[in-house]
Structure formats: C-alpha cells, structure tokens
Design a protein around this ligand. Structure first.
Ligand SMILES: [Zn+2]
Length: 691
C-alpha cells in the first residue's frame, strides 16, 4: 500500500523471499579507448594507489566511497537505490506524458494516462465521498445467514495473491499456477488471509508492545467505521479485532508457511464440506465463479478449517462489521482525504514508520503500475529497452547456460544420476529478459477518466477474471510475473523459469551498447547467481518442470556441504569490527551463488570472445574490466549500525566481502598480478569452487 512506485529486488516463488539485489551505481558511461564501445567500469571511481591484491574492493571503489553521501532518510546507499530512483522517475514521466497526451480510447497510453489522472483528481474523489462504495455496503448489509455470508465471501475472493503473498485483506486468496505435482494445468492454490495486521504473531504475542499495537489497530478500526458514518464504532471495532484474533489463531505458524512441503495439500471440491465445515461451500464457490473447479491445493489447511468454522460460529453482525471495515480499508486510496489520512496514520506511520505520507502523485504512479503493470511496461520498454537490448541480453544468457552446463558435467561432488537431472532441468529452464514476448491484452479493461474508484474496481475484476480463466488453460511457463519497469528479477521455481526485467538490465549493470567484459562481470554474474539458485539448496526440491520433489541424493548433499566448508571458513575470517565477524553459515548459500555466478560468468565471457583476444578499452584489458565490473556492482555506502545489522540479520554478506569472491578465481590472479604476500592471496588449494 505504501510501497515504492516500482517494486524492486529479486523475488522467488514458490516460496522463499530474498533481499533486494545489489547492483552497480551511476549511469554515466565512459567513452572507451576503442571507437564507440562504452564500458561500464567507472575508472574515475577506482583508487589506483590501493594494491588490487591487498584490497580489491577499495581498488575498484575507493574514490566513489570517499565522495558518496548516504541520504539522511536511508540506512545505506548503493546502485540498487539509485536505479530504483532513476527508474521510478522515468516511469513517472512516461505515465505523466500518457496522461497529458489524451491518446485514443482503448490504447495502452489512454488507460495508463486516465488511470493516473483520475487517481490524482482529489477534487472529484472528495465530491463523491462514500457514494462509490454504496452498492458494496448495501451488498454486505443483505447478509442474513450463513449462505448469504458464504456467497459474499466467495464473491470477494481475492485473486491477486501469488506464491509470495503472505496475507491479503480477504479471508482467502487464490493463486492460479501449475500444481506441485502437475505441470500441465493451472490449479487453484488457496492461501490464508483476512488479517489487517501484517503477521499472525501481531495478534497472538502477549507482550505489552504487541498489546499496545493491537490497541492502536482497534482505535484505527473504530476511526475508519466512524468516518463511514457507521454507528457504535467503538464496540464494533472491539468485535472486529476479536474476530481477527480468532482468524490469526487458525493461521499456520510462520515456520510452516515457509515450508513448501507443508503447503502441498491437494483437496478435491468435496473435501471442503468434510474437512472445513461451517462455510456454505456451495454458495462460496458458486459466487466465486468456480462452481465446477475440482482440484485445489490448500496451502494452510488449519486456516481454511478454522476460518470456515468461524463462519459457522461467529455472529453474522460481527462478520458484517468485519467485512465493512475491510471494504473501506481496501478502497481507502480512492476515498476522501480524511479516510486516506487515517489509513496513513496507522499503516504508514505506525506500522511502517514513515515520517510523512508519500506525495499523491507517487501513490498515483504506484497505483497505475499496480493496475496496468504490463501496459506501463510496454511504454517503458518501447523507450528504454529496444529489441537490440533484448537480443544482446539473450545472447549473454545463452553463453551463461552453455558455461553452466559444462560446469555441471565436470562436478565431482554430484552423482552421475543427479547430474542427469540437473542437466535436464537446465535444458528446460525458461529465462525471460527485458519484457514479455506477449503482453497482457487489456482490451476488456475499461478505464474511465474521472472515475478513480470505478477504475480500481474494474482493474481488480479484470485481474480476477484473467486469473480464474487460467484455471481452464494449460500452465504457461513463459508468463511474466514481474513488470518490465521493475528494477528486479523473479525466480519461479514452479514452473522452472526466471525473468530479468528491463529495469534491472540497464547501465551500469548492463549496457546493450557496451562491452561484453563489463556486462558479463556485472549483470552476467548476477544472472548466473540467480540461475544457480534453481540448482542449489533452494531449487533442489523442484524438478525440470517445477514439480515438487527433491532430486538430490543424501550423498550429493553431504558432498556439497563438505565442499562448502572452506567457503564458510573463508567468510568467517572477515571481521569489520573487533567484536563482529561474518557468520559463515548464515551467508553460505548466497556465497555459493556469488561464487557460481562469478565463475560461470567468466567462462561465459571467454565463450563470447569466440577465440579472439580481448580488447583493451580505456587502458583496461577485458579481464580487468570483467573483475572490476564485478567489484563495482557490490559497492554500498552504509554506516556502522547498518553494517552491524546486515551481518547479524542478512543472508547476504556485506558488499566488500561479496566482491572478495574474486580470491577464488585463477583468472583474477593473472589479471591483477596477485602474488603470495598480498593480503587477499589464497594458496591454490585454499581456493573454493563448488559449481
Ligand atoms: Zn541469491
């Protein structure tokens, strides 16, 4: 709700999340020594007085580190933040241009422009007051018994959930995706939801701090009801919170929610009456428009059973009040100012710690991206990611895959039968770059000028019917699950696919007019890192078609951990403060991926040369540019508190040590003449290669 305009970072579905990706800073390109070839390495940011073998990170970055200022509002600053800012600004301009251009009705530009302009039309929103919500409020007031309650709940089934959504403001969410055992068809994944506070424990934690938060939430519920003119708001708020606490009790604990094997619970339609009495499931599924759906995967059975029981046991009046409150909350962004202010006071200030509400135009950009993500993405790609960029990125991906294939073939820790499965999975892996080959067809989504509320409602109806329609179609592994204008990537373990957006494939991370050495060292190493996750301890429970099932043997796992022990020790030697060293086990999985990414990207770079010698650009050889681009992509300015916090909480080590991954690569020693006695020097037998 109060997120950034362009969602950033790497996401993994199903089911784990990882922290946002770190990418290289600044967009300035240097003219190279060779005619028109640009390169991404910023030589002015280096410090050549540092010996590369002693401190490669500062050799590559010290001039930048000396001058960069961390904005007061942030704990750290690096390329990721910079690219998100820059891309948000571009997206905002594109959307504003669309709004000013008054394009022909039905075009992408018209929809984008009118969605944005109507969201910004606060005068119109104010004048309409609660009127746009009237029919929905009437619908909720016609609930008189379990059947009508169940029908109402089914009619508002939230179809915008995905494998990463922990909670929505409807009691259940649906995600249409292939099955955990069936890669052919889209199946109805049913997810828990219905809580207004972010986490289950916020309701159940008995500490004074959490009791205080619940009291603030209850006051917020009362305030929202009052603004909508609903009587007895105080007592209703208490009853609504009590109902949510009961829903939270039925939710799966967070630990279970992170275990995909616990989510794989196939239910047939007839199971619902037996396993989850209380709800009138016939009314529910009929109203949801899926009366004929037979196959379901119920991610958190306790939540379905528990919430259905509450439909049977709680008073109809409490349910109606709960639904009215969440209705107002759901549409708060397109309701009058007083509602939005109350919404921010709780969700923005109290829950997210934001000092002030975002600018309305920023919210309008975010809302437009949310409703018409691929329409905005199409405008973005047309301007910033031409077809030649896609061709160039695809060529790099092909080299990465070829390199990774050879590495798998020569692994010593992986058994031959597992190698076969890994190679089959690699061959089946779909990788999308930049933007989708087929855009979403928004022709049935009507966007009207001056109707912010109606547009939001129609956007949701459009997404919902699009998602439910998938249940009748074959699963599509090439479906993009991230917008082109996002600065990020997504790994879909199920299906077996990864997508790297145009927003992340931009300079200095990737320059389609730039040189291969810096592109492969920067974006290439990043992409190979993500590719390796599909084969490591995150991806080894999904097969070539994204079906659930561990394809490693116990011996593979034991050998892998034995091979990784040296890497754990290597990182435990990094101590930025006398009392703090990196926890080698916590960051192991990411370090293995960084190392795989670097090695694979280097092999791929060599492949890209096709036997030709590498060119010197700006006084740097290709090998030098490759490793410098790698070291520059990890740079980050952060204060001591942020660095300490990262070491104790993050599964990624600080950027400096990620950059020091180069110590394990033979070619780096050659490129920078690193020798025994240099601080980063490792004896050949101490260098690690796992992939
Ligand atoms: Zn990773």
């Amino acid at each position: 709700m109060f997120g950034t305009a362009v969602r950033g970072g790497i996401r993994m579905a199903v089911f784990r999340r990882i922290a946002p990706v770190v990418i290289v800073a600044s967009t300035a390109l240097l003219g190279g020594g060779m005619a028109a070839i640009a390169q991404n390495v910023k030589t002015q940011d280096m410090d050549r007085s540092v010996k590369p073998g002693d401190d490669f990170y500062r050799y590559a970055n010290r001039s930048w580190l000396k001058t960069v200022a961390v904005p007061a509002s942030r704990p750290n600053y690096g390329t990721s933040a910079m690219l998100i800012e820059k891309t948000s600004e571009r997206v905002r301009s594109l959307i504003r241009e669309a709004a000013a251009g008054h394009a022909g009705k039905g075009t992408a530009a018209q929809k984008v422009g009118d969605y944005y302009a109507s969201f910004l039309d606060e005068k119109d929103i104010e004048a309409k007051g609660f009127a746009p919500l009237a029919d929905e409020l009437i619908a909720s007031s016609t609930i008189t018994n379990r059947a009508t309650l169940s029908a109402y709940l089914g009619g508002t089934l939230n179809s915008e959930a995905d494998g990463l959504t922990a909670n929505g403001d409807h009691i259940f969410g649906v995600w249409a995706n292939q099955g955990f055992e069936d890669a052919e068809h889209c199946i109805f994944h049913l997810l828990q939801g219905g809580l207004g506070l972010p986490a289950r424990d916020d309701y159940l934690d008995p500490s004074a701090k959490m009791a205080g938060l619940r009291a603030q939430y209850q006051a917020h519920i009362a305030a929202m009801l009052k603004l909508a003119g609903i009587a007895d708001s105080e007592s209703k708020a208490a009853a609504i919170l009590a109902l949510e606490i009961r829903i939270a009790q039925a939710h799966a604990p967070d630990a279970d929610a992170a275990d995909v094997f616990k989510q794989n619970n196939p239910w047939k339609r007839a199971d619902f009456e037996v396993k989850a009495p209380g709800m009138d499931w016939n009314s529910y599924f009929t109203a949801a428009g899926i009366a004929k759906q037979e196959a379901f995967i119920v991610w958190q059975p306790s939540a379905v059973t528990g919430t259905a029981a509450l439909v049977g046991s709680e008073s109809i009046e409490s349910w109606k009040d709960y639904l009215r409150f969440h209705l107002i909350e759901h549409y708060a962004s397109v309701l009058p100012k007083a509602v939005r202010a109350e919404e921010f006071a709780f969700h923005g200030a109290i829950l997210s710690g934001m000092p002030s509400a975002p600018d309305r135009s920023q919210e309008a950009v975010a809302a437009t991206n949310g409703a018409l993500g691929q329409a905005v993405g199409q405008l973005y790609a047309e301007r910033y990611f031409p077809p030649e960029a896609k061709v160039r990125a695809q060529a790099m991906v092909n080299d990465l895959i070829t390199a990774y294939r050879s590495r798998i073939v020569s692994l010593t820790w992986m058994s031959p039968s597992t190698k076969e499965k890994a190679l089959a999975k690699l061959a089946a892996l779909r990788i999308g770059v930049g933007y989708p080959d087929r855009w979403i067809d928004y022709s049935t989504f009507d966007v009207e000028p001056g109707d912010a509320f109606g547009n939001m409602r129609r956007a949701e109806a459009f997404n919902r019917s699009r998602n439910l329609a998938k249940l009748r179609q074959a699963a599509d592994p090439d479906e993009w699950r991230i917008d082109a204008q996002s600065v990020g990537a997504i790994i879909m373990f199920s299906p077996n696919a990864e997508f790297f957006s145009a927003g992340i494939l931009q300079p200095p991370y990737f320059d389609y007019q730039g040189d291969d050495a810096s592109n492969y060292g920067s974006a290439g190493a990043g992409m190979a890192h993500e590719i390796s996750h599909s084969f490591d301890e995150l991806g080894n429970i999904y097969d070539a078609r994204g079906r659930l099932g561990n394809w490693w043997t116990d011996d593979d796992l034991a050998n892998y951990h034995a091979a990784a022990a040296k890497l754990v020790a290597q990182f435990e030697g990094y101590c930025p403060f006398a009392d703090v060293c990196v926890n080698g086990k916590r960051v192991l999985n990411e370090n293995i991926a960084d190392l795989a990414g670097l090695l694979v990207a280097h092999d791929a770079y060599v492949l890209s040369l096709k036997g030709k010698p590498d060119a010197v650009i700006g006084g740097l050889s290709g090998e030098e540019r490759f490793f410098l681009a790698f070291a520059q992509r990890w740079r980050k300015a952060q204060d001591e508190a942020a660095l300490r916090r990262q070491i104790t909480t993050d599964t990624h080590p600080p950027g400096e040590y990620r950059s020091d991954t180069v110590r394990n690569v033979e070619a780096w020693y050659k490129a920078f003449e690193v020798a025994p006695g240099d601080k980063l020097y490792l004896k050949p037998e101490d260098r690690v290669a796992i992939w």
